[in-house]
Write a protein that binds this ligand. Structure first.
Ligand code: SF4
Length: 360
């Protein structure tokens, strides 16, 4: 079981606009012969409009833009790959500097289903480089944890997502376990709420549900919706599917979810990745319904996206519909979320792993 704040410190890097606080940006701008209001403009342009090139910040003096580009880059990451699916889902593979092992993460921009609706997209961001939880069906856990992402590296994913298009909501559900890097996730979300305008009901943090950690942070009423990845109603199977939670009773996880609801007034969503022939039987649905009976919550069913060599399969549409129906008939609120952009390594961490494991 993972018990400590996981992951080493990110190595020291040259600073960027996004890595500095607003006051530090203002000071740096003054040192470069600009005014504090220029600093506010630059930060606003980057965070609110996703502009990542000073040359396009036309409200800044022309002469200053080149100097800023040389002295204070906006971003620290490099976009290594970009895959755009037929439905507009855009997966970015980003590489952050420093460290012996490559610090690559995935960020996914998921447009609304009705493209013409004019609604903004959902952005799925990563919280760590690699993941220490090591779920056997997930590409992200394969190589373990490389390091935690810094707060500004998380913010940077939002800025890059905003560069792709307007954002309406976000899920911290990419690579990593957010509660094991909570200080940085929380600092990043403060920027996302306060300076990018995404309200607390528009941001979901997804965790495997460490009870002690949830109880520690719930009294602060964090400004996000909570999703707990359950994946099975059976203790023995959860110990296998979510190895970092081995030995933590499911009832304790659910009790921590109940406490969260009491403390924050916000219902918890339970995530359930449906794995063909593994956790998608009628019996699983019935036992899940029993576990969650009389709880005010939503179950989010996620049909598995194939991951190379994982040994797990994608359930059929009929199987998913039956599982869903069983839950609904037993009084649960349940939704199904088919992942988007399947043709482009839609499974979390797949693109990153492919990049690191060249075909033999
Ligand atoms: S499913 Fe989530 S918690 Fe599990 S290994 Fe993948 S990223 Fe980590």
């Amino acid at each position: 079981m993972v018990s400590n704040e996981a992951g080493g410190e990110a190595p020291k890097q040259a600073t960027t606009l996004l890595a500095l606080s607003p006051a530090e940006v203002a000071q740096r701008f003054v040192e470069l012969g600009l005014k504090p209001f220029h600093a506010r403009i630059a930060r606003k342009e980057a965070l609110e409009r996703g502009i990542t090139d000073y040359a396009r910040m036309t409200a800044l003096p022309l002469a200053a833009r080149e100097r800023l580009a040389a002295e204070l880059p906006i971003l620290s990451s490099v976009e290594v790959e970009r895959h755009k699916a037929w439905d507009g889902t855009t997966k970015l593979l980003l590489s952050f500097p420093g460290g012996a092992r490559p610090a690559t993460v995935e960020t996914v921009y998921i447009p609304p289903r009705e493209l013409a609706s004019g609604k903004g997209a959902t952005l799925c961001v990563s919280s760590q480089v690699g993941c220490p939880v090591a779920c056997p069906f997930c590409a992200s856990g394969r190589a373990g944890l490389v390091r935690n992402l810094e707060a500004h590296e998380i913010v940077e994913q939002y800025v890059r997502g905003r560069e792709v298009g307007a954002l309406a909501r976000s899920v911290v559900m990419g690579i990593g376990e957010p509660l094991l890097n909570y200080a940085n996730v929380s600092a990043a979300l403060a920027v996302v709420h306060d300076e990018m305008g995404l309200g607390s009901r528009k941001v979901t943090v997804s965790t495997v549900g460490f009870p002690e950690r949830l109880r520690r942070i719930a009294p602060d009423k964090p400004r996000f919706q909570l999703a707990i990845s359950l994946h099975t109603p059976d203790q023995e199977q959860r110990d296998e599917l979510v190895p970092a939670m081995k030995g933590v009773p499911i009832e304790e996880v659910l009790a921590a979810g109940d406490d969260w609801f009491e403390q924050t007034g916000r219902e918890v969503t339970y995530e359930y990745v449906l794995l063909a022939g593994c956790n998608d039987s009628f019996g699983h649905a019935e036992r899940l319904a029993q576990r969650l009976a009389r709880r005010r919550c939503t179950v989010n069913l996620i049909p598995f996206n194939p991951v190379d060599d994982s040994g797990f399969g994608r359930p059929t549409e009929l199987g998913v519909a039956r599982f869903h129906q069983t839950l609904v008939e037993r009084g649960l609120v349940a939704t199904v979320r088919w992942s988007r952009g399947v043709e482009n390594d839609a499974a979390c961490g797949q693109l990153r792993i492919r990049r690191q494991e060249p075909a033999q």
